[in-house]
Design a protein around this ligand. Structure first.
Ligand code: NDP
Ligand SMILES: O=C1O[C@H](COP(=O)(O)O)[C@@H](O)[C@H](O)[C@H]1O
Length: 499
């Protein structure tokens, strides 16, 4: 597949360079790409924000989160970076920025400017910055790419407004809407896993699959950011975007090729086959204090209204109406302040006919996105030796044990910035895709945020979530193995010598 990669003398400008995302993700990702040889030592990287920062302080700030690499590599990278302080809404700073870029391009004999702008900014200034960029720094003769961070709107209406504001400024070709879940290794593997293995390809439908579950768990709460989170809630924060992206890749039909438009066409097609989200088919929760009282409840955050109904846990039932998925229950669930941090996909297959087996468990394919990427398929097998009993065991592809540490698995932001640099849109959200996703979620969000919605069930910080969860999952045909938890396979006999 051929893209249109930027060369070695491109300029990368990070707006909001004084902020949290820039410090924690964007600059560390740029450094990671440089460290791994995916960013040339001739590029120019500029941080732009309103804050007045000394260049050294800026460099100290961004390098605090760099991983790997020796001090020389860090030094070399920092030499490529500079900082410009300027406003977002008037021309002056942009003119300084333009001059800095043009000086660099002249010094490097750049005939076709290549400029990548990363908006690590709150959405309230996306349009202002985009307009100023177009007016002051856009090269009519060169190539421009602009990465926009989520949230792309708050609902269908605001998303369409943002789209309406941005589309006269930048073409869809120039816009890269980032959803960092699309940069995660295991999410990128979904298409290969599904369509590259007849073993999965052939059974990936209602005839063989009993239920699908996508689960996102975080072991921490809003940690003082409750004020920000309160108007967002977990559904908007991770479900409408990250988990929905995972679900589309999991359920869409086979694209004709890996071409970005072919992939994104299929994503839009499957999203259009989703049933309206049913407000009767949800489970909502809000975390309270931990059992021992050591961790605060959501409402203990002083920045949160005392009577907030903000949802920090949600499980949604989803139905897809097409030949492949009609009747297969899908559950998407996400929560903060739970017992562990984990993101995984669970696909349970239909049970085999009983007859020869009195009891036999379902096959289950688990794709663990994080932590510790892993794919394991639970299968029934005879207990080794003279036993005739069956036990549930697994075919296990745990990356840390299968692949050497020498493999560089890029962080999501590294993978996506690299894709943008290469001109590959596959793992970015297209405008029509965004529109369908908001169409799907906006009515549900309106219901959840209305007076009609029930009070979310309180669950303890550090627990598994609302009490009704198991029943909710059972109702959606997800069966827990062995009355509760999956028993990891026996690797030694239970009792030595016993028949
Ligand atoms: N932080 C994270 O982990 C994640 C963030 N995101 C998204 O990335 C974007 C940036 O996030 P984050 O870095 O956390 O945001 P910040 O609140 O840290 O904002 C980034 C920078 O933008 C400027 N800024 C902040 N508020 C305003 C304002 N009201 N008007 C104008 N400028 C403002 C500030 O720079 P200055 O005042 O110096 O100009 C600030 O340093 C957001 O869209 C967010 O949703 C997405 C995923 C994760
Ligand atoms: O976008 C967001 O994602 C993070 C979770 O990302 P991960 O890569 O750490 O899984 C979430 O914590 C945050 O609330 C949300 O805004």
């Amino acid at each position: 597949m051929s893209f249109d990669p930027f060369g070695s003398t491109a300029t990368i400008v990070v707006f909001g360079a004084s902020g949290d995302l820039a410090k924690k993700k964007t600059f560390p990702a740029l450094f990671g790409l440089f460290r791994e040889g995916h960013l040339s030592s001739d590029v120019k990287i500029i941080g732009y924000a309103r804050s007045h920062l000394e260049e050294d302080d800026f460099k100290k700030r961004i390098s605090a989160n760099f991983k790997g690499g020796n001090p020389e590599t860090v030094e070399q990278f920092l030499k490529l970076t500079s900082y410009i302080s300027g406003p977002y809404d008037t021309d002056e700073g942009y003119q300084t920025l333009l001059k800095s870029i043009e000086d660099y391009e002249a010094a490097n004999n750049v005939s076709t400017p290549e400029r990548l702008f990363y908006l690590a900014l709150p959405p309230s200034v996306f349009t202002t910055v985009a307009s100023q960029l177009k007016k002051n720094v856009y090269s009519e003769t060169g190539k421009t790419r602009i990465i926009v961070e989520k949230p792309f709107g708050h609902d269908l209406e605001s998303s369409r407004q943002l789209q309406k504001d941005l589309s006269p400024l930048f073409t869809e070709e120039e816009l890269y809407r980032i959803d960092h879940y699309l940069g995660k290794e295991m999410v990128k593997n979904l298409l290969v896993l599904r369509f590259g293995n007849e073993l999965f390809n052939g059974v990936w439908n209602k005839n063989h699959i009993k239920s699908i579950q996508i689960s996102f768990k975080e072991a921490f709460g809003t940690d003082g950011r409750g004020g920000y989170f309160d108007s967002i809630g977990i559904v908007r924060d991770v479900m409408q975007n990250h988990l929905l992206q995972v679900l589309t890749l999991l359920t869409m039909d086979r694209p004709v090729s890996f071409d970005p438009e072919a992939v994104r066409d299929e994503k839009v097609k499957i999203l259009k086959a989703f049933d309206a989200l049913d407000p009767e088919d949800i489970l909502l929760g809000q975390y309270g204090k931990s059992e021992d009282g050591s961790k605060p409840g959501y409402l203990d955050d002083s920045t949160v209204p005392k009577d907030s109904k903000c949802v920090t846990y949600a499980a949604l039932g989803i139905k897809i109406h097409n030949e492949r998925w009609e009747g297969v229950p899908i559950v998407m669930r996400a929560g903060k302040a739970l017992d562990e941090s984990k993101v995984e996909i669970r696909i349970q297959f239909k049970p085999v006919a009983r007859g020869m087996f009195k009891e036999i468990q379902r096959n289950e394919l688990v794709i663990r996105v994080q932590p510790n990427e892993s794919i394991y398929l639970k299968i029934n097998s005879k207990i080794p030796g003279i036993s005739t009993e069956t036990s549930l065991t697994d075919l296990d592809l745990t990356y840390s044990t299968r692949y050497s540490k020498d493999f560089w698995i890029p962080e999501a932001y590294e993978a996506l910035i690299r894709d943008c640099y290469l001109g590959n849109h596959s793992n970015f959200v297209r405008d029509d895709e965004l529109d369908v996703s908001w169409k799907l979620f906006t009515p549900l969000l309106q219901y959840i945020e209305s007076d009609k919605s029930p009070q979310p069930e309180v669950y303890a910080y550090g627990s598994k979530g609302p009490k009704g969860l198991r029943e909710f999952l059972n109702k959606h045909d997800y069966i827990f193995a062995d009355e509760g938890t999956y028993q990891w396979p026996l690797t030694t006999p239970k009792v030595k010598g016993k028949i």
